[in-house]
Each structure stands twice: as structure tokens, then as C-alpha cells.
Design a protein around this ligand. Sequence first.
Ligand code: CA
Length: 227
Amino acid sequence: MARVLVVEDDPQLVRALVINLRARGYGVDAAPDGATALRLAAARRPDVVMLDLGLPDMDGVDVITGLRGWTRVPILVLSARQASDEKVAALDAGADDYITKPFSMDELLARLRAAVRRTEEALLDPGTSLVETGDLTIDLLAKKVHRDGGDVRLTPTEWQLLEILVTNPGRLVSQRQLLQEVWGAARSTKTNYLRVYMAQLRRKLETDPAHPRHLITEPGMGYRFEE
Ligand code: CA
């Protein structure tokens, strides 16, 4: 049974989350503020943390930073904040995913299942190097991509971008993180580089580059690889 730590100061939302999560077999702890969250995370070792950013005692981003000091537990941010720089700050601090309020319970549960699945897969098979989707096979060790049985030639930069996204399946990776890892900190704001290279990757990897299935853009925030 996966354990979820819900960090949220809205008692009605907490109640709804606890009822829905328990009904689906999750163990649930709830913290109404950041200090309780950090204490419960250490004491209960949850498998996933669902975190509201607007907490009464501290900013949710500081909770992320506090957790990331010692754990890689998946953090799913729940927030009413629409501004994309807030979302980017949460992702850069180490959050794994972001869902904007109001959200549907179905979508939240799907994101939660994805987070639990990623953790389980990482634990079960730490050496996995082959990513296979319907039409694509990506061999991370040999650095090769096959599409519909044929080889796809990627430039070193295209490969670097793809590798980061593929090794974080389903997870939103921020523009800044991609730019820093591929081009270096000095170019961490050159989002036009990303647009150009992602368009190239889509032309090579997607059946319909205008409606990508695998390389998904989250406008103003980053990119996500869907298997
Ligand atoms: Ca709140």
C-alpha cells in the first residue's frame, strides 16, 4: 500500500482528498502546515507528497527545499497559483509534477498513480536502459533511437534533450533545467533554443509532429515525455 502525505491547509479539500485516497487503498497522512509536513515526512516516510504551495507558516517551495535535503520522494504540487514563474520555482526546487486548482479528482489520481509507478519502476529495475513505446525504441546505453523499425539519426544536442526527458518519464521538466543541463547556466533563459530543438526532435520522432504524442509542451513551463 502506497502512503501519501497530503500537505494542505484547506480542511474541506483535505477531507475530500483523504476520503478519495483511502477509498482507493492509499494510506494517508495529512499536515495542515509546512512544519508539520516536514516532521511527518521524516516520521512516516510517505511514497508520495501532495503539497499545496500557499501554507500558513511557510512557502510551499521552502517545504520542497527542506524535503529535497534528504529525500527523492515524488512531490506533486497542488496550487491555485496560476503564474508560471511560481510553478517554475516549485519545479526548480525539486517538485516532480504540478496540478492547478481546481482540478478533477480523476486527473489528480492519474498523476498520483504515475508518480507511484515511476518510483516502483526505479526501485525494481535501476539498470533499465531500453525505453519502448508503441512506435519508438530508445536505447539509453547505446544512445540509439529506432522508429518503425528504422534508425533515427539525432545530433548530440537533440540526443541530450531527449535523454533528459526520457529518463524522467511523465515528469514535467522545466525549461531552465533543460537549458542548464544542455547549454549551461549562462544560457538558462534562451527558451528559443528549446523551441527550435524540440521542433526538430518532433519532426524526427513523432508520427504527427503538429500533434505530438511523446514530446509534450507545457506552455511557459517545460516539457514532458509520455510513453
Ligand atoms: Ca493553501
